[in-house]
Design a binder for this molecule. Structure first.
Ligand code: TRP
Length: 331
């Protein structure tokens, strides 16, 4: 890794099947950033246990998520790609940072408020202090930039606050991370309720497309996508379903909304939905092939995540020990 490139950090939870929304909204950018930046990417398994996980299922998901990241194009030769829990410094640093974060500011996190309503039977302390772990992830690697979606902006903001607070006491220990807003980034909405973001936690499976969905399932979901009664492929206010389908089509084909309108002029929604479904199937096909190939070779995957964790640990421990020395620990 070279020193003059800016450093990017991002992570994704292994909490379920990754969706087309994850792919077009975030992961494709992860891939594109790899040439311009020094990228560090993590499967955030420690974050995932803030909601209860079935052990066998969880173990499977972690590996699947890791393989899927490579399948979409994250290259472990170019970037660090590891599993968060394999680098102990994340947990250690999170504890330290907890002691520089305030109860009041964590209480105001909207994700905490939402999740504590949704999982009212398990409002654990980890769910509450989640932003300290996320700050630890980012700050350990002295990341300059963090690509985040709207739902994680508040957590990045608080990571910056914690870092500044720490630096004000002890001197320049942490790089203050900036949000990275990608040049192209699609916000993919639910196919059934297009004012909501596409989410794998949605109970209605027809509302989201998994990266690993079979072609026939993808086609079915697009054919059933909620639209309107206008029957005109046009990007306009109030046409949330069509706008979303156009967004997906544009994001994959690179065509502008005007070009798409022209292409489907005089055609019905049926034809349009089939065209969108087919282009999604075609983009996901090579990703799926690569994924199934990788999953046949678990030893290879293991060699990749082990090596990457070792490399990551060197960077992380340097920051961890520096912080501990500053605080006054003997080591
Ligand atoms: N909390 C993020 C999410 O749920 C995942 C994440 C963990 C993350 N650590 C991070 C994202 C550090 C950016 C930077 O989506």
């Amino acid at each position: 890794m070279s020193d003059n490139k800016k450093r990017i950090y991002s992570a994704i939870q292994p909490s379920g099947m990754l969706t087309l929304g994850n792919y077009l909204g975030a992961l494709r950018n992860w891939v594109n950033l790899q040439d311009e930046f020094e990228c560090i990417y993590t499967v955030a398994d420690l974050h995932a246990i803030t909601v209860r996980q079935n052990p066998a299922e969880f173990r499977k998901r972690i590996l699947e998520t890791y393989a899927l990241l490579i399948a979409v194009g994250v290259d472990p030769e170019k970037s660090l790609l590891f599993i968060q829990s394999h680098v102990a410094a994340h947990s250690q640093m999170a504890w330290l940072l907890n002691c520089y974060a305030q109860f009041g500011e964590f209480s105001r996190m909207t994700q905490f408020k939402d999740k504590s309503l949704r999982h009212a039977d398990n409002v654990n302390v980890g769910l509450f202090s989640y932003p300290a772990l996320m700050a630890a992830d980012i700050l350990l690697y002295q990341a300059d930039l963090v690509p985040v979606g709207a739902d994680q902006k508040q957590h990045l903001e608080i990571s910056r606050d914690i870092a500044n607070r720490f630096n004000n006491i002890y001197g320049d220990v942490f790089t203050i991370p900036e949000p990275y807003i990608p040049k192209v980034g699609a916000r993919i909405m639910s196919l059934q309720d297009p004012i909501k973001k596409m989410s794998k936690s949605d109970d209605n499976v027809n509302s989201w497309v998994a990266i690993l969905d079979k072609p026939e399932d993808i086609m079915r979901k697009f054919k059933r996508a909620v639209t309107d009664s206008d029957a005109c492929v046009k990007y306009a206010d109030g046409k949330d379903g069509i706008n979303n389908l156009m967004g997906i089509y544009s994001s994959i084909s690179g065509k502008t909304m005007e070009e798409i309108e022209a292409e489907f002029e005089g055609k019905g929604y049926g034809d349009f939905k089939v065209a969108v479904g087919e282009c999604v199937v075609d983009t996901l096909k090579p990703v799926q092939d690569k994924y199934y190939d990788l999953m046949k070779n678990k030893d290879y995957l293991e060699s990749l995540y082990k090596q990457s964790a070792q490399d990551a640990e060197k960077i992380a421990n340097k920051t961890l020990y520096k912080s501990m020395r500053k605080i006054g620990f003997i080591y």
